[in-house]
Design a protein around this ligand. Structure first.
Ligand SMILES: Cc1ncc(C[n+]2csc(CCOP(=O)(O)OP(=O)(O)O)c2C)c(N)n1
Ligand code: SF4
Ligand SMILES: [Mg+2]
Length: 314
């Protein structure tokens, strides 16, 4: 069957599908402009190149699997499995098991949205983490069910208007990092595309460890956030500087390190730049109090239980 993919001259054939091993996310995908997930995929591809590692992706139903495009073309330059919504960690566990049985190398990476992580995939993620499967799990958290038109997830922050919370969500965002830390996974860390050196270092760390590694990427989504595509990086930078999104790492659920101290900048601009929020309805003072309380708790953990050493490296 003829394909329409304009792939690089050195492209190879994988299972009959044209694919290049040169980059993980190839040009020509149909993701929205300003999509934080796309930036994350590009950075992941570069980290794999730095580490000289191959990977297989397991992706549940989400924007990340739409990224691949329509068969037989694909924007992914690596073997990619489209899994059921709830089961990408189970698929990835199986792939990693076969890889090990065959004495093969390479990362098995789950690339999943917040809906597939915080909500519907949490049981299989918990099971894989409890078994400490040798997988890297990356959740790009756009705080919404983006692919299906913008319903709320348990990662959606309070006050955000979605198609299922038209008056603004009343519940707080779930603390997924705390849940993963409670599984005592070897490594868990948060990522921001506004802090690229920190992002790269954490990817390099995760790729150098064995066991279940969990990365949580704050992924701006102009379509769901109703923001300007050109402001995506600035938005998530404001989330970090205002204390709304903390950048930190946790080893084995016991050792903590904070990577960026918030400057407690005014969070109002973060909200007003996104039309998913009705700024008049947001109690900025109590939001700031809650953020400070969360950060103080993290700072206490980082002080009392600081990161000491790399547990295991390849
Ligand atoms: C069991 C099941 N329920 C619902 C769906 C429909 N569905 C596909 S993607 C999706 C939303 C995914 O949200 P998220 O994981 O946050 O990824 P995003 O779309 O934001 O990238 C839903 C509800 C499905 N494919 N399978
Ligand atoms: S809906 Fe959001 S996450 Fe999905 S491709 Fe568009 S910007 Fe990216
Ligand atoms: Mg999502």
């Amino acid at each position: 069957m003829a394909t329409t993919t304009d792939h690089p001259p050195d492209a190879t054939e994988f299972s009959g599908i044209p694919c290049s091993e040169e980059c993980l996310l190839r040009p020509g995908h149909t993701n929205c402009g300003g999509c934080g997930m796309s930036v994350g995929l590009t950075m992941l591809g570069r980290a794999l190149e730095r580490a000289n590692q191959r990977c297989t992706l397991a992706i549940p139903a989400c924007c990340g699997i739409v990224t691949a495009g329509a068969y037989p073309t694909t924007s992914y330059g690596v073997p990619t499995v489209a899994t059921t919504f709830a089961a990408s960690p189970a698929f990835a566990s199986g792939i990693a098991g076969v890889r090990d049985l065959n004495d093969e190398e390479g990362q098995v990476i789950c690339w999943a949205g917040d809906g597939g992580t915080y909500d519907i995939g949490i049981a299989t993620l918990s099971a894989a983490a409890e078994r400490n499967e040798d997988i890297l799990y990356i959740c790009y958290d756009n705080e919404i069910y983006g692919n299906t038109g913008g319903q709320r997830s348990s990662a959606t922050p309070a006050s955000a208007r979605t198609t299922t919370t038209p008056g603004g969500k009343t519940e707080e965002k779930k603390d997924m990092m705390a849940i993963m830390a409670a599984h005592r996974v070897p490594y868990a860390a948060t990522l921001s595309i506004a802090h690229t050196e920190d992002f790269d270092r954490k990817l390099d760390t995760a790729l150098g460890l064995h066991g279940t590694r969990f990365l949580l990427l704050h992924a701006p989504c102009p379509t769901g956030w109703k923001s300007e595509p050109g402001e995506s990086v600035e938005l998530v930078r404001q989330a970090v500087s205002s204390g709304l999104f903390a950048l930190y790492e946790v080893w084995s659920g016991t050792e903590y390190r904070i990577n960026v101290e918030p400057r407690w900048t005014d969070m109002k601009e973060y909200f007003t730049r996104q039309r998913r929020f009705d700024t008049a309805e947001i109690d900025l003072a109590s939001t700031l109090t809650a953020c400070r309380a969360r950060f103080d708790r993290l700072a206490l953990l980082a002080r009392e239980f600081p990161y000491r050493e790399v547990k295991a490296s390849k």
